[in-house]
Design a protein around this ligand. Structure first.
Ligand code: PGA
Length: 271
């Protein structure tokens, strides 16, 4: 099965309403014709509805949710409130974990809340510090990854998921040290970790899930580095933070991934 490739814009706590409308419109115009990637925007909660009303074709997601349905939780937004507005919900982003002290148990509850409302969750996991992987064999890399923060978060955040739930999940591998630092992981390193995650999933779930679940890379992705990830068949797209706030930069990232994926499909067909 050919996996969908995703280019996701995480705007974080940025943009005014007018900036958000210009950014969304500009990105959509530039990326509408791309056939090999799916572009998803994660604006701040407040701008979801105006963007959806103005740009019906936009694929929209929320940057977070609270796990319960309703009640006395001042300031929170539930997955139920996002029904009909967002098609995706990001859970477990490292800023939620580090700034707001979210635990894997909280992330697991959010994942279930998203699935309960039929909104696709995007689960972010990543290690705090770069791991030394060079020279290691596949099984040694798998061991190192499964014993790291990523491996542990992946297992505990996905507790209780059915096979059907796994079908709707997107995973974003985002090394914490690469987020917002300008120090992106190399394509080779990201692919080594993602292949290890797939091997971990093979043990935990089954071959179909381990092979088919989309796994993206995120962390300081720019137009200059995106080709490294697009060249790796195991990487199913990128989650972009600061570079997603500029129309031309983000659109170029999507175009480069789209071209690389098209090129790879054509090459496979001819072989
Ligand atoms: P960055 O953010 O691209 O600014 O590093 C990525 C993210 O936080 O998802």
């Amino acid at each position: 099965m050919k996996r969908t490739k995703y280019i996701i814009a995480n705007w974080k706590m940025n943009t005014t309403l007018s900036e958000a409308m210009v950014l969304a419109g500009g990105v959509l115009r530039r990326t509408d014709d791309l056939e090999n990637v799916k572009v998803i925007l994660l604006p701040p909660f407040l701008w979801l509805v105006p963007i959806k009303e103005q740009y019906k074709r936009a694929n929209l997601g929320a940057q977070d949710i609270y796990s319960l349905q309703s009640g006395a939780f001042t300031g929170e937004i539930s997955a139920e409130m996002l029904k009909g507005i967002a098609q995706y919900i990001l859970v477990g982003h490292s800023e939620r974990r580090s700034v707001f002290n979210e635990t894997d148990a909280d992330v697991n509850a959010k994942l279930h809340a998203s699935l309960r409302t039929n909104i696709k969750p995007i689960l972010a996991v990543g290690e705090e510090n770069p791991m030394r992987l060079d020279g290691l064999k596949d099984d040694e890399i798998t061991k190192r990854v499964s014993e790291s923060r990523i491996g542990k978060s992946l297992i505990s955040s996905t507790r209780g998921l059915s096979d059907k739930d796994w079908d709707r999940l997107i995973i974003a591998y985002e090394p914490v040290w690469a987020i917002g630092s300008g120090r992106n992981a190399s394509g080779k390193y990201a692919a080594q970790v993602i292949r290890a995650l797939r091997r971990m999933l093979l043990k935990k779930t089954n071959r179909t899930i381990a092979t088919d679940v989309p796994i993206l890379y995120g962390g300081s992705v720019t137009r200059n580095s995106v080709a490294e990830y697009a060249a790796q068949p195991t990487i199913d797209g990128v989650l972009v933070g600061s570079a997603s706030l500029k129309i031309s930069e983000f659109a170029r990232i999507a175009e480069i991934f789209d071209e690389a994926d098209k090129w790879r499909s054509d090459t496979n067909e001819n072989n």
